[in-house]
Design a protein around this ligand. Structure first.
Ligand code: ARG
Length: 434
């Protein structure tokens, strides 16, 4: 006779059935997407040396194992990429880009670009930047929080691009480098980030945080490309910079200061900024201050070639070309001094002023003006990762870090120009270029 199980027995049977199913399913679910990469060399940016015949095992989006070829087993079912004759490096990081701007749209041409159009430029330029091997970028200055939208769209997988750290609109004084001074008074045009006075500046920092900024960018001095600003002259007062940096730090954000002139550079360092952008007119004291405070310099020393070569066609104002003729050479001399003194440096190109995707062209100039190839690579990998407080996640090829890996032909320590032609790009464990 068949005995019907009571409700408790039935519950136990159901549970047993479910657990048996789970035993079946769990190993399947735990089977990661495995990628094995072999190459001739790997740049260990933390140790500052090359590793020969490396094999890197990537599981899902993380680096799972690193060893010598032949000494590690290739996991069954792994996808294998053999990069013969090539060197693998951590994904590159550019700490000064303007993805929502295009290099052929300068001066008055830029007035014709709407906010939505600039966001679409951002989509195009994010892809270009990633394809050039830059798996991380800091976007420092975008109207209407178009950079926040771009970052989120990339993170959501809607468009492809580097991991972005964004500032939203740059803060600046009325009529300063971060304002728009192209139109007369009757048009009442003012950039999103304009704020004068310590409390107004604090409010703007709070607003940028509210709408999604990861970093605060402000203009400490005049600039090259803005109308009517003197490049060497300080704009925010010390009091305003102090308020701005205090507020940003209170909320856990880092701060990037655009500063060409010596006084503005020093005031920004004194206020406690994380990085000085451009840093063109350095003197001994400014270098000493940066070293002492641990301030990073992000110096766009390739930019001058594009501005003076192509700038006029692109709409750059004659007054800006005049300013650039003074700034370009001086900035390169300052760069050499800062490198020699051992100031912390990050790679910052200002791409957007020059074409996105050509970011890597700056490497040869960094070596020409004083860095070793290893220093130039560190400036574009581990240094920015540390500056962004992301060194546990990115910046080097290390077990446990995100799999952001690129490859170039040959040996970049012998020929740094190889970084202008990145062959393979893997971001977050996904092959985006091969
Ligand atoms: N965005 C910067 C500015 O307008 C570009 C400076 C370019 N020149 C240079 N030598 N880095 O000030």
């Amino acid at each position: 006779m068949l005995v019907r199980p009571n409700p408790i027995q039935r519950k136990i049977m159901k549970l047993k059935y479910l657990t048996s199913l789970m035993v079946l399913i769990t190993p399947l679910a735990a089977l990661a997407d495995v990628l094995v990469i072999t190459a001739d060399r790997l740049v260990d940016v933390e140790a500052g040396k090359l590793i020969n015949n490396p094999m890197v095992i990537v599981e899902d989006n993380k680096i799972a194992q690193i060893g010598e070829q032949g000494k590690l087993d290739t996991p069954a079912g792994a996808k294998v990429i053999k990069l013969e004759g090539q060197t693998i490096l951590p994904g590159l990081m550019d700490m000064h880009v303007h993805l929502t701007g295009d290099a052929d749209m300068h001066g008055y041409k830029r007035l014709a670009v709407s906010l939505p159009r600039s966001a679409i430029y951002g989509v195009k330029n994010a892809r270009k930047t990633l394809m050039a091997g830059f798996t991380t970028a800091r976007n420092v200055g975008a109207a209407g929080y178009a950079d926040v939208a771009l970052r989120d769209a990339i993170n959501d997988g809607d468009v492809i691009g580097p991991r972005l750290f964004v500032s939203g609109p740059s803060l600046g004084v009325t009529g300063g480098h971060c304002d728009n001074n192209l139109l007369p008074f009757d048009y009442k045009v003012k950039s999103d980030g304009v704020a004068d006075g310590p409390w107004a500046v604090r409010e703007k920092v709070r607003q940028n945080i509210k709408y999604g900024a990861d970093v605060i960018k402000f203009c400490a001095t005049g600039g090259v490309l803005s109308k009517g600003t003197k490049v060497g002259v300080q704009q925010y007062s010390q009091e305003e910079m102090n308020a701005l940096v205090t507020e940003a730090k209170l909320r856990g954000l880092t701060v990037a200061a655009h500063a060409h002139g010596t006084d503005g550079i020093k005031a920004a360092i004194k206020a406690g900024v994380t990085s000085v952008e451009h840093a063109s007119f350095l003197d001994k004291e400014a270098i000493k201050m940066a070293k002492k405070a641990g301030t990073y310099f992000s110096m766009d020393i390739y930019n001058t070639e594009y501005i003076l070569g192509e700038g006029e066609k692109a709409g750059i104002l004659p007054e800006s070309l005049d300013k650039e003729r003074v700034v370009g050479g001086k900035q390169r001399a300052s760069f050499s001094q800062a490198v020699k003194a051992g100031v912390k440096m990050v790679f910052g190109s200002d791409a957007g002023v020059y074409p996105h995707g050509d970011n890597g062209n700056q490497f040869t100039r960094m070596v020409k003006f004083g860095m070793t190839p290893m220093q130039a690579i560190q400036a574009a990998t581990i240094n920015p990762a540390t500056m962004l407080k992301q060194q546990d996640k990115t910046g080097s090829i290390r077990v446990g870090k995100l799999a952001d890996i690129i490859s170039v032909k040959g040996n970049p320590l012998q020929d740094i120009s190889t970084l202008e032609n990145v062959i393979t790009v893997i971001k977050d464990g996904q092959i985006v270029k091969q």
